[in-house]
Design a protein around this ligand. Structure first.
Ligand code: SAH
Length: 365
């Protein structure tokens, strides 16, 4: 076991073998114990509050060729769009009015947005709405990240997708990035003072149980502030969309239950992190995927608040939910769900408790 003080533990909360045992567990009674464990840890660390984040997908242009992603640069069937500054600001004002306290600006890796455009946007969002700003714009130059932090951006999401560098390279062919670049960027973001988020997909073709165990140990080691984990959902127009799963040894399933197991274990490993119940989970189980996530470790909901006419164009995988909900409708439904769970919607910007501890800032909750 690695002996470092991370996420409140001096040694990792369990060994690789123990993680793998949980990941392969099928006994429903044992799994109930895992869900309960995650729920107890969540309540004791981040409490009953649920944070809402409005995601606005500001562009589906992408220079990368990620083998899993439907908006990769080789997919000619995608109608590409890039929102104007005015369209983005209108959406941001709308979500602020709906009651959100954080906006997440997400896009493909689109250099059509210059460093200065994003800088202006961040400044305008902060001065006009006071919302916390999370960026999820892929890999960008260090100078750009520094400029955006100075402009007032609070958080950055960059998924490593897998902690196995060989698997990473297999699913990111050609002009795509390398695993070590991603890791280096996460460390750089941390040094700049961002709250940092990362995450993985569960059930990537060629991913083993040992890989998933390593993912959890990696997040623990990184002392990550936010963690997004969802099932891999094949997209027919991608390289990985056609895979024959039986070809791989010790292959992890891309099922709902496996994704829940990884999320529950993530809560145990990273008790103070903000963990969303992901849209990919809700896509696999439209009735109660989101609620189950909240009952098994998650404390964040990230609804898609992209202008409705653009939502179908950001098709990273097929069948995405919430393509037609408006802010007010959705918030009302979420309030009901949260109340039925005996939880509450937070009314502050919901900084990660892990970030506050990691940086020695005052803990407000
Ligand atoms: N371009 C930015 C933000 C992309 S958001 C970046 O690369 O960081 C896209 C996220 O959606 C990915 O990080 C991935 O985890 C998820 N995703 C993409 N394709 C997916 C698929 N087929 N199934 C499940 N999740 C997928």
């Amino acid at each position: 076991m690695i002996n470092r003080s991370r996420n409140g533990f001096h040694t990792a909360p369990m060994s690789k073998q123990e993680i793998i045992k949980w990941l392969k567990e099928e006994d429903p009674r044992r799994l109930e114990e895992l869900w309960r464990w995650a729920d107890i840890v969540r309540e004791a660390s981040v409490g009953p509050e649920i944070h809402l984040r409005a995601i606005i997908e500001i562009s589906n242009y992408c220079r990368r060729a990620c083998g899993y992603c439907g908006i990769n640069c080789h997919n000619n069937e995608v109608d590409r769009y890039r929102l104007s500054e005015e369209q983005i600001l209108n959406s941001v004002r709308q979500v602020a009015d709906d009651g959100f306290r954080t906006v997440v600006l997400q896009s493909g890796e689109d250099y059509g947005f210059s460093v200065q455009m994003i800088d202006n946007l961040i400044r305008k969002i902060k001065s006009q709405t006071g919302l916390a700003v999370t960026l999820s714009l892929g890999e960008r130059e260090k100078s750009e990240l520094r400029q955006w932090k100075l402009a007032g951006a609070d958080r950055y999401l960059l998924k490593i997708e897998t902690s196995n560098p060989q698997l990473f390279n297999r699913i990111h062919p050609m002009q795509s990035s390398s695993w070590s670049n991603r890791l280096e960027m996460l460390h750089f973001l941390m040094d700049l003072g961002f709250e940092i988020g990362s995450g993985i997909m569960v059930g990537i073709p060629g991913q083993t149980y040992e890989d998933l165990a390593d993912d959890l140990l990696t997040f623990w080691e990184l002392d990550i502030d936010m963690l997004g984990i969802g099932p891999f959902i094949p997209h027919p127009l991608t390289a990985l969309g056609q895979n024959n799963y039986s070809a791989f040894k010790d292959q992890t399933p891309n099922t709902e239950i496996t994704a829940h197991k990884v999320n529950a274990l993530a809560r145990v490993f990273c008790p103070d992190s903000n963990i969303p119940t992901t849209t990919a989970l809700a896509t696999l189980n439209k009735t109660n995927g989101r609620i189950l996530g909240l009952q098994r470790g998650a404390n964040v909901i990230m609804p898609n608040m992209t202008p409705i006419e653009y939502r179908p164009l950001y098709q990273i995988y097929p069948g995405r939910v919430c393509l037609d909900e408006s802010g007010k409708q959705l918030i009302k439904a979420i309030h009901q769900t949260v109340k039925s769970l005996g939880r509450v919607i937070s009314d502050d910007i919901g900084m990660s408790r892990n970030y506050l501890k990691r940086t020695g800032k005052k803990i407000a909750i």
